[in-house]
Design a protein around this ligand. Structure first.
Ligand code: TXA
Ligand code: MG
Length: 316
């Protein structure tokens, strides 16, 4: 049988050598993480960073997250304070990105940080990306592996759908969490710029201070969070009790009908399951040709805060 995904490659020791070769030559590649798939390139290489922006069609003032194996590697490029270490100890490697100050002699390409004095750094937990990060002597700049304004990828085939033959993708199965990392700003007043699996409550319990999620108008610090984002490209209406048959209905819990146009994020009312299904359902609803999506109310707690954030942005 003909391989319909010639660019999707397995992760094995032979391919690991190939992947490293691509990255060392300033190439870019789709890679799995526990949140969503990323489009990775050498964070120290201007040529790799330019390719990432170009392939994603991303605006230059939206900085990339830099991925490291551990804080030991990161501290060459950025300034890490006590608050950072407290949270790192508890949640990294894992689904959280820290906005920290860039060192003056940092090797991170300035375009990757949109010329800001701060950098978003993350230590992903996925075993494949960790094995890779351990083997290379540079960090990976890695935005989500989707075209700007599209939906993040949660499996290798999604990355192929986004970029076709433009990049290779390492197959790591379905992303465990399914929604992008929490972005925590640690410079100036501490706040969450993008909610995710790690919640404000969890951070509050460690830092013993109130953690706010500033409203979108104020989040100039995270330019990517301003514009319409995370959208499947069709109108979305949130907090709906019912939905016309011709439109797709994204539901949550067991009180909703089981009709052809209903896509239940979690029959068990499990928010983690719902997060894992959100982008998967966005993609399949769009591919099925629906023109509108209605969404039922989703509890605004735990990872539900992140779900509602993405839904709100997709609907704006
Ligand atoms: O889970 C994730 O974080 C995934 C995986 C691949 O790691 N990556 C991801 O990257 O979601 P991206 O580029 O799609 O989103 C990065 C977000 C953007 O909203 C960007 O504005 C923000 O992080 N960001 C990056 N650097 C920043 C900085 N220095 N200051 C404020 N926001 C920053
Ligand atoms: Mg993204």
């Amino acid at each position: 049988m003909r391989n319909i995904y010639p660019n999707i490659i397995k992760f094995n020791s032979n391919n690991l050598i190939k992947i490293i070769k691509i990255l060392k030559k300033d190439g870019i590649i789709g890679l799995p993480t526990e949140t969503v798939y990323g489009l990775g390139g050498n964070a120290y290489s201007s040529s790799a960073i330019k390719k990432i922006y170009k392939v994603k069609k991303r605006i230059k003032n939206n900085p990339l997250i830099i991925h490291y194996y551990s804080f030991n590697d990161a501290k060459k490029d950025v300034i890490l304070d006590r608050n950072f270490y407290k949270i790192y100890k508890k949640f990294s490697p894992g689904p959280i990105t820290y906005i920290v100050k860039k060192k003056r002699n940092s090797k991170i390409n300035s375009l990757a940080c949109s010329n800001l004095k701060t950098v978003g750094i993350r230590f992903p937990k996925n075993i494949i990306i960790r094995k890779l990060l351990k083997k290379i002597n540079f960090p990976l700049a890695m935005p989500s592996a989707n075209k700007s304004s599209s939906v993040s990828s949660v499996k290798a085939e999604d990355v192929f759908e986004e970029f076709q033959n433009k990049v290779k993708v390492v197959d790591g199965g379905i992303s465990k969490i399914g929604i992008e990392s929490t972005v925590l700003n640690l410079v100036g007043s501490i706040c969450i710029l993008r909610p995710g699996k790690i919640t404000p409550k969890q951070i509050e319990s460690i830092l013993k201070i109130k953690i706010k999620i500033p409203s979108r108008q104020n989040t100039i610090r995270s330019p990517g969070s301003l514009k319409k984002h995370y959208s499947p490209g069709i109108p979305i209406y949130i907090n709906k009790k019912r939905c016309p048959k011709k439109h797709a209905f994204l539901t949550f819990g067991k009180k909703y009908p089981v009709t052809r146009n209903c896509f239940n994020l979690s029959k068990k009312s499990n928010l983690n399951e719902a997060a894992k299904n959100l982008y998967k359902f966005f993609r399949s609803i769009k591919n099925k040709g629906y023109k509108k999506i209605y969404v039922a109310k989703i509890p605004n707690e735990g990872i539900g805060i992140a779900l509602n954030d993405r839904l709100k942005r997709a609907s704006s």
